[in-house]
Design a protein around this ligand. Structure first.
Ligand code: NAP
Ligand code: MG
Length: 507
């Protein structure tokens, strides 16, 4: 199947104000000021639906990173931020959430033209969840508590002590984020770091810098003091690597590929900075014979095709009981056929392009490997052609675990589907047969049975009769090579806190 998608220029579809903003090369945020790269270099920002250049971003490198880290250090040691009360800090973070909502339309437009996702999806999902992350985390600023601990004091018999723990911000935090949810990943990272009182240098993906740079303007408008949030767009190999290796950064938080996650761990070894990682996935989605078929078919479709498959938690390996295998696969194919590809600013679009030529080449290369290794494409199977990076939804059957499409994270709209006969050890082993362990889905009307399966899946998140349900209050992260630590919820706070134990002699 070859669906050609040709998109006209988006210039007539954006407001004059936004067009003007885009026409100025976007500077980086260092110490509360918007500044060009010291090298003077910029990189072009493209609309992936048209291939058209829409703006330029300042290209940060090690020299800019060094300035940003210095500003963050100063803000951490002596600025107004460390002396602010938790309630003041909480109020400011809350205001940032409000500002995100006030600018929802503009932020969703930026996501649509920079990342390619439909604007209505960005508005409903990315922007809403980003604001909620700031609102949720604002509440934690006043709820960071230590505890008192009764100690035996064996080294000093007969003397009483009072011991307590005091959580303290970890310090200057380096954060590196990917392009699949540019605004939301910035919010996931900034929210908890701000709530715990850290200062931040955020390196945004060069593919999608725009929404985070606009967020940086809102950060200042909310009243976050200069140097607390520094935002540096730039390339991973230069800016990202310099941040991960910087000796004055206390902690690095990374979201992206498992391959780069390994580089981050190596780079962090110099000063043994703390590391948290949110990496790739190849998540199993299991449909039992007694599943509500309508729900399971829609769920399996959304699990893999939402955000064009560019989700670390995509339900990309579908396991269906043999008795309903054909019905479910045909059902998902029918749902996939209805998905309308187009420009993210077109309100009827349901799926935009992949983010870049590089991703298009990666995904179509993996599709070719699927054909070569004998998988059968029920729908899709190749790139769309045209001027953007469109790849229609693909479902492969006749697969086996040795195929690249089954074992590798594709990060595109590609599903592999396989039948199973029994809910037994072999099924669980097959579902767990991955270097990743980020997420999983189970579909059954027998919730006790589904719960028992959920317990046996080696994944940080399991959804039962639902998928992609994210919440600021729920921890998210990976087993195995899907990461270290958790994002969101109370759990994320420990990524940004040190624990100090203080013991006082009494008498
Ligand atoms: P990536 O290379 O891991 O990039 C993620 C972030 O890390 C970007 O900001 C990137 O910068 C930066 N980076 C790259 N090399 C670095 C280095 N040596 N040191 C420090 N930072 C570095 O991911 P990608 O190129 O965007 O996508 C490749 C694959 O990663 C995808 O196909 C997918 O499998 C996976 N991925 C996973 C997630 C997830 O949420 N878990 C998200 C995105 C991608 P630049 O891109 O600006 O150069
Ligand atoms: Mg990249």
């Amino acid at each position: 199947m070859n669906v050609r998608v040709d998109i006209p220029s988006i210039k007539p579809l954006i407001s004059d104000k936004l067009a003007k903003w885009l026409a100025t090369p976007r500077p980086m945020l260092i110490d509360g000021k918007w500044t060009p790269a010291q090298s003077g270099k910029t990189f072009a920002v493209h609309d992936p639906a048209t291939g058209e250049k829409i703006s330029d971003g300042a290209e940060g490198d090690a020299a800019d990173l060094a300035l940003a880290v210095r500003a963050a250090r100063r803000a951490f040691e002596s600025g107004p931020w460390p002396s602010m009360t938790p309630s003041e800090r909480g109020r400011i973070i809350h205001r940032l959430g409000d500002l995100v909502l006030e600018h929802a339309d503009e932020l969703a437009t930026l996501e649509a033209i920079d990342n390619g996702k439909p604007k209505h999806v960005a508005r409903a999902a990315d922007v809403t969840l980003s604001a909620d992350m700031f609102h949720y985390m604002s509440g934690w600023a006043t709820k960071i508590e230590g505890k008192t601990i009764s100690i035996s004091g064996l080294a000093a018999p007969g003397i009483d002590f009072f011991s307590a723990t005091r959580p303290e911000p970890i310090g200057v935090v380096g954060q590196i984020i990917p392009w699949n949810f540019p605004l939301l990943m910035a919010a996931w990272k900034l929210g908890p770091a701000l709530a715990t009182g850290c200062t931040i240098v955020l390196k945004v993906a060069e593919e999608t810098p725009l929404s985070a740079l606009r967020l940086g303007e809102l950060v200042l408008e909310a009243g976050i003091p200069p140097g607390v949030v520094n935002i540096v767009p730039g390339f991973g190999e230069t800016a990202g690597a310099a941040l991960a290796a910087h000796p004055d950064v206390d902690k690095v938080a990374f979201t992206g590929s498992t391959e780069v996650g390994r580089l981050i761990v190596k780079a962090s070894a110099g000063n043994l900075k703390k590391v948290s990682l949110e990496l790739g996935g190849k998540s199993p989605n299991i449909v039992l014979a007694d599943a509500d078929l309508g729900l399971a078919i829609q769920g399996a479709t959304a699990a893999v095709f939402f955000n064009h498959g560019q989700c670390c938690n995509a339900g990309s390996r579908l396991f269906v009981h043999r008795s309903i295998f054909n019905r479910v696969v045909e059902g998902v194919a029918a749902e996939a056929a209805k998905i309308k590809l187009g420009h993210g600013l077109d309100p009827t679009t349901e799926m935009g392009p992949l983010v870049s030529q590089v991703q298009y080449n990666r995904v179509t290369g993996l599709l070719a490997s699927g054909h070569e290794q004998g998988a059968k494409a029920i729908c899709g199977g190749s790139g769309a052609g045209g001027n953007g990076y469109f790849v229609p939804p693909t479902i492969f059957t006749n697969t086996n675990p040795s195929m690249r499409v089954v074992s590798e994270e594709i990060f595109g709209p590609v599903l592999v589907a396989a039948p199973f006969d029994e809910v037994d050890d072999a099924l669980i082993a097959e579902a767990n047969n991955s270097i990743y362990g980020l997420a999983a889905g189970v579909w059954s009307t027998n919730t006790a049975k589904a719960q028992a399966i959920a317990h046996r899946l080696r994944a940080g998140t399991v959804w039962v009769n639902c998928y992609h349900i994210f919440d600021a209050a729920l921890p998210f992260g990976g087993y195995k090579q899907s990461g270290w630590g958790r994002e969101m919820g109370q759990a994320v706070l420990s990524n940004y806190l040190e624990t100090k134990a203080i013991t006082t002699r009494l008498g």
